[in-house]
Design a protein around this ligand. Structure first.
Ligand code: FAD
Length: 415
């Protein structure tokens, strides 16, 4: 009898895995269970072209809905996986049915982190009609009617997604203030050179920043359902930013509840081996929800990126096909803000030196540990990205002077 695979999470990783298995000739049964109503879609445009109104819903779909039927993949949308019964190998879902599996894949992604205001009573964040997060297509549907020119948007969090939303909002004529707790933008993931480059770009489009500032309280109207202002604390001084709408963009938390309730090992994500297997060999986990060993980093990491979701789905497909193969991929990521295209490769944390090229309209920042480039951020210098990626993946030593000299092709910076 042929094997049956159940995938929980019809997102980027889950959708990719199901279709890849069919494309590679896997003939077992596949059921894809997702709690959203849309077939698997790309999340990155949610804070870019889709929010801007340039892309339709259908353009986000990984595959047209008909492909799943053609591939004999049973899509159970609007269905939440509630529990895993490992003893009898069954998944319990929200409509009460039980789905037997031979192999189960958890591709549950994450949810937007909620803002908590310690010590503040009387503000029920769940009841506020003009406070938003952005993780799902439905979030954009709820948010977009509020994107009216002239309205005041207070954006809490100056990470990539927050900055993308700031760019779209200013392009649509909103008045945007970004509140960021760190002393510079993207402090955890880039060097100061890139932070100040992006801050200047956003400034030139009219975005205001409150750095080293935290949210102390929210002012709400008499109904208790509308935020009218955000109280911000910086260096012990509290002041108020008027707001017509507030967007909280302070990152995500991996959806690991199902796994931990089933007794699987969880530690900043569902712990998997190099072949995407959890502590139960019949259950795999992939994408944003998984904590995986990385050959590039030499340690375990949990990545939140579309390229990782795709790569990790390929690793799981190879395992299911009986030809396990660990990933050797170097993490990479992209972002778009205004007409800038940002491409990042590697992880810059722990670098000891940053060398840049460009600086006014474009910028490449190379992060070195000793004489090796461990990561690079390339902003609108597409020619630099392929070479930067090569420098990072090869681990070849470089000559810092040649690396800094824009006249010398990047490939010739390697020794
Ligand atoms: P997801 O795409 O989150 O899919 C998980 C799915 O599982 C969701 O549909 C979820 O609802 C569902 N689910 C969870 N629990 C259950 C359950 N119990 N039962 C049923 N279903 C369940 N990455 C980039 O590389 N570049 C970018 O520019 C970029 N921009 C982004 C912008 C935004 C606004 C967001 C939110 C993300 C962005 N990302 C970007 C990150 C990228 O989208 C994610 O890394 C990627 O979607 C991860 O795929 P995934 O399948 O692991 O998780």
């Amino acid at each position: 009898m042929s094997e049956h695979l159940v995938v929980v999470g019809a997102g980027q990783a889950g959708g990719e895995l199901a279709t890849t298995l069919r494309q590679r000739g896997w003939s077992g049964g596949i059921t894809l269970v997702g709690d959203e109503l849309s077939p698997p879609y790309q999340r990155p445009p949610l804070s870019k072209g889709f929010l801007l109104g340039e892309l339709s819903r259908q353009q986000l779909y990984l595959k047209p809905a008909a492909t799943y039927e053609r591939f004999n993949i049973a899509l159970r949308l609007g269905t939440r996986a509630e529990a895993i019964n490992r003893t009898v190998k069954e998944l319990v879902v929200s409509d009460g049915s039980r789905l037997p599996y031979d192999r189960l894949v958890l591709a549950t992604g994450g949810r937007a982190r909620r803002l908590t205001l310690p010590g503040v009573d009387g503000v029920d964040m769940d009841r506020l009609d003009n406070l938003f997060t952005l993780r799902r297509i439905d979030d954009v549907d709820a948010l977009r009617p509020h994107f009216v020119p002239g309205r005041k948007l207070v954006l809490i969090g100056g990470g990539y997604v927050g900055l993308e939303i700031a760019a779209v909002a200013t392009q649509l004529g909103l008045d945007v203030t970004v509140v960021e707790a760190a002393e510079r933008l993207l402090a955890r993931v880039t060097g100061p050179e890139v932070s100040s480059f992006l801050e200047d770009i956003h400034h030139s489009h009219g975005v205001r920043f409150r750095l080293s500032a935290t949210v102390a309280d929210m002012a709400v109207d008499a109904s208790g359902r509308r935020v009218t202002g955000v109280e911000v604390s910086a260096s012990g001084v509290v002041d108020r930013l008027d707001a017509d709408l507030v967007l909280v963009g302070i990152g995500m938390e991996p959806n690991t509840g199902l796994a931990s309730a089933a007794g699987l090992q969880v530690d900043n994500g569902i712990v998997v081996d190099a072949f995407a297997r959890t502590s139960d060999a019949d259950i795999l986990a992939i994408g944003d929800c998984a904590n995986q060993p990385s050959a590039y980093a030499g340690r375990r990491i949990r990545l939140e990126s579309a390229p990782n979701a795709i790569e990790h789905a390929k690793v799981a497909a190879a395992t299911i096909l009986g030809r396990p193969q660990a990933s050797t991929a170097t993490p990479w990521f992209w972002s778009e803000q205004y007409d800038l295209k940002l491409q990042m490769v590697g992880l810059s944390a722990g670098h000891d030196r940053c060398i840049t090229r460009g600086g006014t309209d474009t910028l490449s920042a190379f992060y070195l540990t000793g004489d090796r480039v461990v990561a690079a951020d390339v902003i609108s210098r597409p020619g630099d990205f392929a070479a930067a990626r090569q420098l990072v993946t090869s681990g070849r030593p470089v000559d810092p002077e040649r690396l800094a000299d824009s006249e010398i092709p990047l490939a010739q910076a390697a020794l």
